[in-house]
Each structure stands twice: as structure tokens, then as C-alpha cells.
Design a protein around this ligand. Structure first.
Ligand code: PHE
Length: 352
């Protein structure tokens, strides 16, 4: 059993279901990477993909990241993910959202509690009300419906804790005042981060694929750059807050930052990119450690019944957990990815 639980790599998943939704006709995928530590959790992502193979790669990667996220955070949960794979160029207004979400609910129901979903890129707390009509296994419904609400705020709070840790490690101070920070992606989490960082006196550069977000940049007095320029912008801390797969061997040599920490999942295209970041002395906070705030908060509130304040306290622990990983990586002379992965993999391997 132990060996099965410890299996790593692209073929490590326990279960994968791909289907066309009966009501919607839309391609749906649920991957459960591991239930070694407990039932799997992971959000429901809705976005367009070039082809179904891209969607499949995404759901496999994202569900594995959830296993590592839960393990590194010390949660007794495993990793899974749902992908709603839309055709590229599709007009979102033409999609019958309710049908899609009911189809997702039926699919999640088949896992019989071994996997629970929640909001992710492209879905929100309101959407989970619809999913809940077909299965009890959906987290983060609005508080008015008995859930813990959108995970965006706790996710942002966790990333801010990680940012302070990175700042101490790299610049010798917790304070982000006057620090040059670039936030790439102004969605639910990115916008909260940008607002909070502005309040803390950071000098912000921001970017989003949606040109209308320029208004937010203006409101915050932030510099706007085009999405294509955001990653390589001249800054001290880069905050990837859009979709992942942004750091590869082509882009890393062109980076002009000292540290990277953000909520985007799966930021590295391949694991060996972590070596290049280290060679370039760019401090990278492992994404699955920095962005665990949403899942930590939702589970604390909805499974353990803990109050808001105490659940947020737990999210703050991300800062200390990351500090330990950064110190241990330095001491071992290895990448932060290797240290964080070792920690998570050990927990998965030695699951009770
Ligand atoms: N979508 C977020 C994540 O993948 C948060 C989340 C997912 C929260 C599932 C609760 C349940 O980490």
C-alpha cells in the first residue's frame, strides 16, 4: 500500500474521469491524485483549452499540486481537481452555466466523498450552490448558504504571509513599504493582493489579460504593463497571480526580479526550472506552500467548525512554514522546490 501511496510523476493518479456532461455537452474532468492522507479536495477550474489534451495535462498537474499543498500544510486531505474544459474562443454568455455546474455535481457525486470540490479560476462561491444540488461534497458556498464563502481572501492572506517571509529572507525586513512589487493577474486573489500591498506602501506594477482592469491600476496609482511584459518586468518581487505554467527555461534567464511568490498554481513548467532560478539567485517560494490559504481556511471552518479568526490564524502559519522551508533549503544547498517537495512526499509516504 505504502508504495502505491508514494507513487510520483504523471502516472501517479488514483483516478481520472473524463466525460461530456449529459446536460451541457461540455467536457468535464475530475482527477484524484492521492487519498493517502485523507479524502481529496481541490477546486473546479473553468477555462478554455486549445485541445482536450491540454485540459487533461492541467487537471493531472493541478490535482497533484493539491496533494502536495495539503501534505505540506499538514492537512489530513488528499489532492484532486475538476476541470471544465471549454472550447477556445467560446462565448461564455452562450454557455448554460447551470447545466455545466449540475453536470459537475453529478460527476463529483460519483466519488462518494473521496473527492470534494470548491471554487477555482473561473468559478465562484455562488456556483457551488448549484453543484451542491447534486452532491454534498462542495466547499466554499456563500456564508448565507452555510459555507465559508469565497477562498480568495484567505488565499490572499496566506500569500501576504509568504510575502513577508520572503521579504525577511531576501531583504532583511518584514515591511513591504517602498518595495517594488509586480502583480501579474488581477482576478479574485490578485486584486485583493494589489489592494493590500498598496495599503502597505509597496510600489506596484500590475497587469491583467482583461484590459478593463486598467481602471484598478489607476485607482491604486499602480503602473500598468501588458500581460506579455509582466513576468519579465523590472521589479524586486514578482507575484504570479494568474494561471500557471509561466516560468520556463526561456523566460527565467530574462527575469528581472529578486524573488517570486504568488498564488498561481504550477508556476514552473518543469521542475528543473527551480535549479535555474536558484542559479540566478532568484528566491522562489514554492507555489503549493504559498497558496494553501484557501484550502486551509475552508477545511478549518467547514470540517472542524472553527471560527473565522482562528481559521485565519492558521492561514498565517504559512509564513512560518515557508520560513522553515527557505532556511532548510539554504542549509541543504538545494532548491526551495526540492525541500518543499521532500517535506510533502515524506508525509504522503508515511501516511498513517
Ligand atoms: N481553489 C483553491 C485551491 O485549489 C481553494 C479551494 C479548493 C478551497 C477546494 C477549498 C476547496 O487551492
Amino acid at each position: 500500500m505504502q508504495d502505491v501511496a508514494a507513487k510520483q510523476g504523471p502516472l501517479a493518479h488514483e483516478r481520472l474521469i473524463i466525460r461530456r456532461g449529459a446536460r451541457s455537452g461540455v467536457t468535464l474532468m475530475v482527477a484524484v491524485h492521492s487519498t493517502a492522507l485523507g479524502p481529496a479536495v481541490g477546486g473546479c477550474r473553468m477555462r478554455a483549452y486549445r485541445c482536450w489534451q491540454d485540459a487533461l495535462a492541467d487537471v493531472l498537474r493541478l490535482s497533484q499540486a493539491m496533494s502536495y499543498k495539503c501534505a505540506a500544510a499538514g492537512l489530513a486531505y488528499g489532492g484532486g481537481k475538476t476541470v471544465i474544459a471549454l472550447d477556445e474562443g467560446i462565448d461564455l454568455a452562450r454557455i448554460d452555466r447551470r447545466s455545466v455546474l449540475l453536470d459537475v455535481g453529478d460527476l463529483v457525486a460519483e466519488f462518494d466523498g473521496r473527492y470534494s470540490t470548491g471554487p477555482d479560476v473561473g468559478t465562484c462561491a455562488q456556483d457551488m450552490i448549484v453543484v451542491r444540488q447534486r452532491t454534498p461534497h462542495a466547499f466554499c458556498l456563500p456564508e448565507s448558504h452555510g459555507g465559508s464563502g469565497s477562498p480568495a481572501l484567505p488565499t490572499a492572506i496566506g500569500v501576504l504571509a509568504a510575502l513577508r517571509t520572503v521579504s525577511v529572507h531576501r531583504f532583511g525586513t518584514q515591511s513591504l513599504a517602498g518595495r517594488r512589487i509586480a502583480v501579474s493577474g488581477l482576478g479574485a486573489v490578485g486584486e485583493r493582493l494589489a489592494r493590500s500591498l498598496t495599503e502597505q506602501g509597496a510600489k506596484l506594477t500590475v497587469s491583467d489579460v482583461d484590459d478593463q482592469k486598467r481602471a484598478l491600476a489607476k485607482e491604486l496609482g499602480a503602473t500598468w504593463v501588458e500581460p506579455a511584459q509582466a513576468i519579465t518586468t523590472d521589479t524586486e518581487i514578482l507575484v504570479p497571480a494568474a494561471v500557471g505554467q509561466i516560468l520556463d527555461h526561456e523566460v527565467v534567464p530574462r527575469l528581472r526580479c529578486a524573488a517570486i511568490v504568488g498564488p498561481a498554481n504550477n508556476q514552473l513548467v518543469t521542475d528543473d526550472v527551480a535549479d535555474v532560478l536558484r542559479q540566478r539567485d532568484i528566491l522562489w517560494a514554492p507555489d503549493f506552500v504559498a497558496n494553501a490559504g484557501g484550502v486551509i481556511y475552508a477545511l478549518a471552518r467547514e470540517v472542524e467548525g472553527i471560527g473565522h479568526g482562528e481559521a485565519i490564524e492558521r492561514v498565517h502559519h504559512i509564513g512560518t512554514a515557508l520560513a522553515e522551508i527557505l532556511t532548510n533549503a539554504d542549509r541543504a544547498g538545494q532548491t526551495t522546490l526540492a525541500t518543499a517537495t521532500d517535506l510533502a512526499a515524506t508525509r504522503l509516504r508515511t501516511a498513517p
